[in-house]
Design a protein around this ligand. Structure first.
Ligand code: BT5
Length: 244
């Protein structure tokens, strides 16, 4: 099996506050689907060495051959802003990859890029009524990357110029994400905003006091993205409260 050899998950699971169970599959259609279709407890992570129908957003395909990290987790957290889950996941992947020396950045809304190329995609699916959230993370580690993608793709192996121990990287990523869920939403948002790109010059739409506004993205502020309105005013909008 290329790449993933996950040994000794015990110490990491013991330190974690939220993730307490890891299921490892040789192959599945999609780890998001696997969690959605079964009965699992909050805190369960499913990792597949290969996905045959990996999913992106809005029915797009996610290429998931052997050698990459393809996993999803289930968490029940009722009261949080749904986008909070995307921020915790992106910020966690980012800090783990930075520890490996990769100059990673977050690209709005759900990508982790290195040198302008996509190394990771995140797919969070919320069930509004039950409060159940399934978050799927795909990271190109040692796998060949697909060509002809929306954003050019890259793997960590190419960036770091060596074969990566994907099992260790996985444990490091879930440790960082677990830690983010223990922090305040404000702290996670600040880190996420500090490392976010892809806002400047984009058309942003948001709702305030029941009215819809739009403007142009300027960049990021302390609590949200800075938008300049048609009347010249600037305003800061929290992630999750706007669309691009
Ligand atoms: C995403 O969607 O980036 C979310 C990807 C989430 C994948 C994980 S893997 C574990 C879990 N189980 C799943 O079934 N999914 C999650 P989006 O932003 O819509 O990007 C999709 C686009 O990325 C595609 O249309 C391609 O252009 C491109 N793409 C496909 N495979 C890729 C890869 N391996 N690396 C980089 N880009 C890829």
């Amino acid at each position: 099996m290329d790449g993933i050899n996950i040994k000794n998950t015990g110490p990491v699971l013991k330190k974690n506050k939220f993730f307490d169970k890891i299921i490892i599959l040789d192959k599945t259609e999609s780890t998001n689907r696997y969690l959605a279709e079964g009965k699992f407890t909050s805190g369960t992570i499913v990792l597949a060495k290969k996905q045959v129908s990996g999913m992106g957003r809005r029915g797009k395909k996610w290429e998931s051959p052997e050698g990459g990290l393809w996993f999803s987790y289930l968490l029940n957290k009722k009261k949080k802003n749904p986008f909070y889950h995307v921020m915790c996941a992106s910020a966690g992947v980012l800090s783990a990859l930075r520890k490996y020396g990769a100059a990673a950045k977050i690209k709005w809304p759900n990508d982790i890029i290195i040198g302008g190329k996509k190394a990771c995609g995140i797919l969070a699916e919320n069930d509004y009524y039950t409060g159940r959230v399934i978050t799927g993370i795909g990271i190109n580690v040692n796998n060949p990357v697909p060509r002809g993608t929306d954003t050019p793709a890259v793997s960590l192996r190419c960036v770091l110029k060596k074969k990566i121990n994907a099992g260790k990287m996985f444990l490091s990523v879930i440790r960082e994400i677990d830690r983010n869920f223990s922090l305040s939403e404000k702290k996670v948002r600040e880190y996420w905003l500090k490392n976010l790109t892809g806002i400047a010059g984009r058309r942003i739409t948001f709702v305030k006091n029941g009215n819809t506004f739009s403007g142009t993205g300027e960049g990021t502020g302390k609590n949200g993205i800075v938008v300049s309105l048609e009347n010249g005013e600037k305003t800061e909008i929290k992630p999750g409260d706007f669309t691009i």
